[in-house]
Write a protein that binds this ligand. Structure first.
Ligand code: OAD
Length: 255
């Protein structure tokens, strides 16, 4: 770690130590070190699949088997473990330094790492819905060995339609509960940590700007800077290294 990053870590920790409310806004980059590819980096999912063809509800309705070829890769997330960054973030929350996380991720790794106040802005891959009969299942309940998974049906009725994970596709609305939980978190936030996200997807990308518009600070932790974010401070590096260092610095300044 160079001196520049060290200085930036100290500055960020000092701001966090005096911030009345700090929140985090996270994306796929927090999970790459857990073995899950992100979307827009060199080996990201969208370099291999065109999201217009593979990540819309319209595409799913038209050809669910095709969309499941992309979703099958996302299923790998369920074998993944939280990394040192997830764990540090959970400790920061437990010690009173973080009010909560709004994540665009559907992998559940913040929760697996011990974070409690987590808003899943783009839904969750841990549950499925049937677009045909309306049934809902936890992934663990369906226990499908096959991809794509088929609906077991409900109330004694057989169904058999291909299930859709409860992730938010590009032409779907953000779940209303996620919107209201996010509003609650953003309200009064004096600092937002923007972590592992390119901030390219609207409306999630508005979250840092909402904090800034209300006078809060924006601190970025990313390998590649997010275009258009214009943070007050940038910590360039890997989440699994930077986040534990930031926690350490915050602990040394926080009384
Ligand atoms: P992106 O793939 O667009 O951005 C990932 C960001 O994480 C990039 O800025 C990387 O530089 C950074 N990054 C990668 N590995 C990192 C690491 N180890 N440490 C720190 N930073 C790292 O992913 P998102 O911004 O999450 O939505 O994408 C947003 C949304 O686009 C996703 O939720 C998904 C996708 O389409 C939907 O499908 C609706």
């Amino acid at each position: 770690m160079g001196g520049v990053l060290e200085d930036a870590l100290k500055q960020a920790a000092a701001w966090m130590a005096t911030s009345g409310k700090t929140i985090a806004f996270t994306g796929a980059g927090v999970s790459t070190e857990s073995g899950i590819p992100d979307f827009r980096s060199a080996d990201g999912l969208w370099t291999r699949y065109d999201p217009a063809e593979y990540a819309t509800l319209g595409a799913f309705r038209a050809d669910p088997e095709k969309v499941w070829r992309m979703l099958a890769e996302m299923e790998e997330v369920f074998a993944a473990e939280p990394n040192a960054g997830h764990l540090a973030m959970a400790e920061l929350e437990a010690e009173g330094g973080l009010a909560g996380i709004v994540t665009q991720n559907v992998d559940g790794l913040h929760q697996a790492g011990g974070s409690r106040a987590v808003v899943e802005f783009h839904g969750s891959g841990r549950s499925y819905s049937c677009l045909s009969c309306g049934a809902s299942f936890l992934r663990a309940e369906v226990r499908v060995m096959e991809v794509p998974p088929h609906c077991p049906g409900r109330a004694g009725q057989t169904c058999g339609a291909i299930l859709k994970p409860d992730v938010v596709f590009f032409d779907e609305a953000i779940p209303p509960q996620a919107i209201s939980q996010t509003e609650r978190l953003v309200r009064g936030a004096e600092l937002v940590l923007v972590v592992g996200t390119s901030c390219e997807v609207y409306p999630a990308s508005e979250i840092p700007q909402q904090v800034r518009a209300r006078g809060g600070r924006v601190v970025e932790i990313n390998l590649d800077p997010a275009r258009g974010l214009a943070p007050h401070l940038s910590l360039t590096g890997r989440f699994s290294e930077v986040m534990p260092r930031l926690l350490e610095q915050w602990r040394s300044m926080h009384s």
